[in-house]
Design a protein around this ligand. Structure first.
Ligand SMILES: [Zn+2]
Length: 202
C-alpha cells in the first residue's frame, strides 16, 4: 500500500475558487496561505503582501510574520498554496526551500496550481518525524447547502413510488409480439398491451 493512496486532502470549494481567481489574475506566480483542520480540510484561503515575478514567488518573512500576527488562528494556518502561472505543476528547488522555511511543530499542506487548473498536493510532517508524502489526492468539497428539508418536501409533493408488479413468469403468446408486450415480458409483467391494466397503481 502506498501511503499517498490512503491520504486525502479536502479543500472547501470557496477556498479553491479564490485560488483559481487569483491564479487567473496573476501574470505569473503568487502565493497564499490557508487554514487546515486536523482532518486535513483546507479552508479560508488568504493573501498576504508579496512581490512576485513571472517565475517566482518569494515568501517575505516580514510580511509573513505580519500576516500571522494579525491572524485570529495563526496555529491553524497550515497550508501554503502557490501558482506556477502558465508552467506545469511540480516542486522546484525554491519551493522546497519555502516549505523548509515554513516548518512548524506539526505539519504543512502544500498545493501548487497553474492557469490550466492543474493542481499537485503534498503533505510535510515535521514532528515527531520528518516525512514528505507527495501526490496526495486533493478533493474539492462542495459547501453544505442545507437542502434536505426542501428536497424532502418536493419529493413528497411530486414523486409516487409504485409497488413492484408481481412477476408472473408467463411467456408471451406467439401471436402479435407488440413492443408493449415485449416490454412486459422484459419486466416480467403480464403479457398484455392493455393500457388500462396500469391504471390501478398510477
Ligand atoms: Zn513553485
Amino acid at each position: 500500500m502506498k501511503i499517498n493512496q490512503s491520504l486525502r486532502v479536502a479543500i472547501d470549494a470557496e477556498a479553491m475558487e479564490r485560488i483559481w481567481q487569483w491564479t487567473a489574475l496573476a501574470t505569473g506566480e503568487f502565493s497564499c496561505l490557508a487554514q487546515v483542520t486536523p482532518e486535513l480540510r483546507v479552508h479560508g484561503a488568504e493573501l498576504f503582501d508579496q512581490v512576485n515575478t513571472a517565475a517566482s514567488t518569494e515568501l517575505d518573512q516580514a510580511a509573513l510574520a505580519k500576516f500571522l500576527c494579525r491572524h485570529d488562528k495563526p496555529e491553524a494556518v497550515r497550508a501554503w498554496i502557490h501558482s506556477h502561472g502558465d508552467l506545469g505543476v511540480f516542486w522546484s528547488e525554491q519551493d522546497e526551500a519555502c516549505i523548509a522555511g515554513l516548518a512548524n511543530e506539526s505539519f504543512l499542506v502544500s498545493i501548487v496550481v497553474n492557469k490550466r487548473h492543474q493542481a499537485k498536493c503534498r503533505l510535510d510532517v515535521f514532528a515527531p518525524v520528518r516525512l514528505t508524502v507527495d501526490e496526495v489526492e486533493l478533493e474539492v468539497r462542495a459547501p453544505s447547502l442545507d437542502l434536505r428539508t426542501e428536497c424532502e418536501r418536493l419529493f413528497k409533493q411530486h414523486v409516487r413510488e409504485a409497488p413492484l408488479r408481481p412477476r408472473l413468469g408467463t411467456l408471451l403468446p406467439a401471436n402479435q409480439p407488440t413492443p408493449q408486450r415485449l416490454m412486459n415480458v422484459y419486466h416480467g409483467w403480464p403479457a398484455t398491451d392493455d393500457e388500462e391494466d396500469f391504471g390501478h397503481w398510477r
